[in-house]
Design a protein around this ligand. Structure first.
Ligand SMILES: Nc1nc2c(c(=O)[nH]1)N[C@H]1C(S)=C(S)[C@@H](COP(=O)(O)O)O[C@H]1N2
Ligand SMILES: [Mo]
Length: 243
């Protein structure tokens, strides 16, 4: 019994939280996970497809998680006129940088898929996400040959003013199920779930699916030398969140 409790608290302090927890145990466990992860990536990669579900499986009250919905002026400005004022720049190491309006994104071929979102906290929710395959947007922008990563900057910041961000390599970004999602369960994504545009990558853990995307940048490296590729990665999570 004692032993079981220990195991439970070990996982609670290392994996079962989208919160900043770091200690000895976390560090050593991450060491073990790191090697397992390298193996997973090599063997499974993201060539596989995430499982698709049916309408009957959908969780209609899709759980909300993560940092607070942005409420600052920058987000308020973008939200004006039903997000008519929103702009999504796709820039960096591309031959054809472009800034999208929401109308432009909606006019592009849309993909709808019912998939499961898995948070490392230990909960999952099934939802119908619709939007533009990220591969389409990347193809339009034409990444340069030295572009390695797609970096997503978000509108939200934590209490210390640190902005949420995420990154994928080009292979994961161009996976056919990776979406710039505009709709959740047949309605425009509501503010709490990441309006007006969020990343939805069902082959990866929940924290990779960046909400409130403000900018997409192609780059040869992470934004800073210290960066581990994302908000949670910088606090110890694995950069490769494949499931
Ligand atoms: N911009 C931003 N994206 C984010 C987060 C966040 O805090 N900010 N949290 C991540 C985590 S840990 C999870 S589990 C999901 C939660 O998405 P949901 O609120 O739609 O359930 O968003 C992910 N994307
Ligand atoms: Mo999460």
């Amino acid at each position: 019994m004692k032993r079981r409790l220990f195991v439970a608290s070990l996982s609670a302090s290392s994996l079962v939280a989208c919160g900043p927890v770091k200690d000895q145990l976390t560090t050593s466990l991450h060491g073990v996970l790191d090697s397992a992860q390298v193996l997973n990536h090599a063997i499974i990669g993201t060539r596989g497809r995430a499982r698709l579900y049916t309408e009957a499986d959908i969780n209609r009250d899709f759980r909300v998680n993560g940092l607070d919905t942005p409420s600052d002026q920058r987000y308020a400005d973008a939200a004006r006129d039903n997000f008519g004022a929103y702009r999504l720049p796709v820039e960096g190491l591309v031959d054809r940088p472009h800034t999208f309006t929401l109308a432009e994104l909606r006019a592009m071929p849309q993909l709808a898929q019912i998939t499961r979102h898995d948070c490392v906290e230990g909960w999952s929710q099934i939802g119908k996400w619709q939007g533009v395959p990220l591969a389409t947007v990347l193809a339009m922008a034409q990444p340069k040959t030295n572009a390695r990563y797609v970096i997503f900057s978000c509108f939200d910041k934590d209490e210390s003013g640190i902005e949420y961000y995420e990154s994928l390599d080009l292979h994961e970004a161009a996976h056919p199920q990776t979406l710039l999602a505009l709709d959740l369960n047949d309605k425009p994504i509501d503010p709490d779930h990441g309006a007006p545009v969020r990343l939805r990558i069902p082959t990866q853990l929940g924290y990779k699916s960046a909400k409130w995307v403000r900018k997409i940048e192609l780059a040869a490296a992470f934004p800073t030398p210290q960066s581990k590729g994302g908000y949670w990665e910088d606090q110890g999570y694995e950069w490769y969140g494949g499931i």
